[in-house]
Ligand binder design. Sequence first.
Ligand SMILES: [Zn+2]
Length: 456
Amino acid sequence: MIAKIGIIFIITILTINAEYVNYKNYKVYKVTPTTDDEVKILSELKDQNGYMFWLEYVKKGHEAKIMVEPKKQNTFERYLADRKIKSELIIEDVERVINNQRRRPAARSSEPYKWDYYQTWEEIEAWMEQIVEEYPDVASIVTAGLSVEGRLIRGIKIDYKKRERPVMGMIESALHAREWITPATATWIINEFLTSNDPDVRTLAENVEWHIFPVTNPDGYVYSFTDNRMWRKNRNKSSFTNCSQWNLNDDISNGVDLNRNFGYLWMVIGASQNPCAETYAGKYAFSEPEAMAIANYVTGLQRRGNLVYYFAFHSYSQMILVPYSHVGGADVVNVPHYGDMFEIAVKGAEKLTQRHNTSYAVGTSLDILYPVTGSAFDWVKGGAHVPIVLLYELRDVGEYGFLLPPEQIIPNNEEVMDSLVEIEKVTRALGYYGHSSANVIKISSVLVAIALMFNL
Ligand SMILES: [Zn+2]
């Protein structure tokens, strides 16, 4: 009897924990602050009332997307109207848009995945196991480590040439749980690398030994399907606390923002020590096993070969960000390889646009988004010194944001693939595959040419 009560008690707790957060009638407003004053007014709203800002930073001249609870709609509209700040209601019912995004085709068990819906973590895992079975000579499953809840962080290694010291590339997706388009892009790239007959894609696949991780934050990704579609962080519950002073549900404190937990200038800017914040950076740098796993994997690759590329996939904003995220203006010249990274990103973005006319901005996060430290890709640059490090903020620019409809998965993937093809061409031409002396030779021959010109 006692055991029975115990079981019922446990089940009840599980049920409470697993309550699905319903966003019925939540609204999303678009607000563009045009003065420093308006930025301040909006920022105050963020800190006091528990409104969810879809991007973490409020900036003059930039659209902020603010999600508002149904019961706060009037207060919110009045607050802005009293201060003469214009807003536009862009989503009437967030839950409806979520349901639209979660649409799945009728069951078709025998057919392979067609990128017409968003796969769960379990489906991605099963798909990866299947694809390596089909291409055992070139593809294998690799493991970076374990999540807080004990899930494996697994990726696919694709290696056509089996070189002694290969040129390598790594792709990180879904470090932020709710950015569902990112694993859908990573799995597409894996599939194209294994199946495409396009000579450009083949070159990209075969010139580089690829390590592609579709879901680097598996606990958060699972949680964004089962419990809270808007979940961003991992699921570390060790900083659980009361968040009512910000009108937030306490569950928000059950996680660390993995893209603020890396050990390069940890907690300097754009991150928080408050567990109730979306950008909670953790108790210390690399406190989170997921961040540690990625960092160890990167250094492991560097011991084995020439790790030239690291791509981080996030959403949304349509940008290719160049490190460092806290550096801007003229100071970018101090970032190693900045000129090359910028040129490579611009050419990649131009190529991307040609496919579906999607425009991407290029720059550092400070210059075109917001200043941040402690992110994975900044550490890969500043801590691990990988030469070509870029962060994609994928579709869209906020019409749907994280809730991008499944119809956009394939167009998004096609254009990203085009950009990667171009990036590989440009990077190779710049000499990054050769011996590390290639660039030195290039620079010294320029200096010699100048010297000759001026008869020095
Ligand atoms: Zn992100």
